[in-house]
Design a protein around this ligand. Sequence first.
Ligand code: XUL
Ligand code: CO
Length: 439
Amino acid sequence: MAGKKEFFQGIGKIPYEGKASRNPLAFKYYDKDKVVAGKSMADHFRFATAYWHSFCGNGSDPFGMATRPMPWLSSGDVMQRARDKADAAFEFMSKIGMSFYCFHDFDLVEEGDTIVESEQRLHEIASYLLEKQEETGIKPLWGTANLFSHPRYMNGAATNPDFAVVSHAGLQVKNALDVTIKLGGQHYVFWGGREGYMSLLNTDMKRELDHLAAFLHAAMDYGRSQGFTGWFFIEPKPMEPSKHQYDFDAATSLHFIQSYGLEADFKLNIEVNHATLAQHTFQHELQVAANAGALGSIDANRGDYQNGWDTDQFPNNVYEMTEAMMVLLKAGGLQGGGINFDAKLRRNSTDVEDLFYAHIGGMDVFARALLAAEAILNDSAYAALFTSRYASFDSGQGLLFEKGELGLTDLYALAKTGGEPAIRSGRQELIENIINQYL
Ligand code: XUL
Ligand code: CO
């Protein structure tokens, strides 16, 4: 590795040692080459590190300052800081065996005082990242533009009531797309933290949604004109930082995508903690996306059952993740995306090892859940229980109904001669017990 400094000293390549291992710096379940349901674990997951949380987030919160030592941010020179950050990122990803990363434009390098300065910085750091990528084979899973931190976006980016801000957002997305393409990024994400409103009293919702659609069409046309072949993902989230965000959940985002004719190019990036903020489960959001053929990618994390905000903790609940992996396997996997750990260390996790423990834990939870889900779907009574619930639609009148061949008077006549339907158990507890048995 070309990096001059070693930022994660004393930590080598993280091995897979199996579940009997007591080595905290080893995988217990994530065995990248192990084939599960016809694909290696690495190919199922395509794990990615989030540049912002892992290499920019310093533990500060609205109540307190940074807690986490980040030696890669110590240089007084902005470009040196960006290069050191890239060195730290690639050292971490190489050691843990991560194939992908995800970034916002100004995670890579700080925004300049002028547009020209920002563009120069982005161009320069992208060239440096390209060198690191060539050395390691690690690439972006997706890129995005930060259209929510700068004060200019306080009233929205693509949905801002001021066209000057909308066009500035366009400039930023053009540059972010150029960098994503230059780095061989596979996909491009739109997360609209400020695309929404704080009060309807001053918001023309319909007009703002029309603007968002025009903006996304323009971004998509530009990307395609530059040879970008990846998907554009919308990442739903109901609120935070806005009171109400337009991409509220998977169903709302799909309705938007379909209403504005974006469905050939746009899919969804489903985030666990965004699902729970919308009062859904993660698996619900995965299923809604899958039903529309739009399950593109995943942002992995978890919320907190007692807090109502986006805590972005690393995943640790194997039972819930197993339910999610059952949905994923039944859907035939992700459509081109991967699993990005959009998760941050707790403010009091301050040792260099903590970033490794967090990612090892998250990757092991996915691996363990995938193994369990595959066994449940293929070896247990589950599949038969599931399909038998719908057996009355497999033949006869039920099948005709499913094909749309029965009218309401047909249903009337059938019910009248059929009498009161039998009471049939949904067997929820039995199915829950089966899952528990396979963990
Ligand atoms: C915010 C969030 C973002 C997106 C990318 O909640 O999830 O980090 O993933 O902008
Ligand atoms: Co996210």
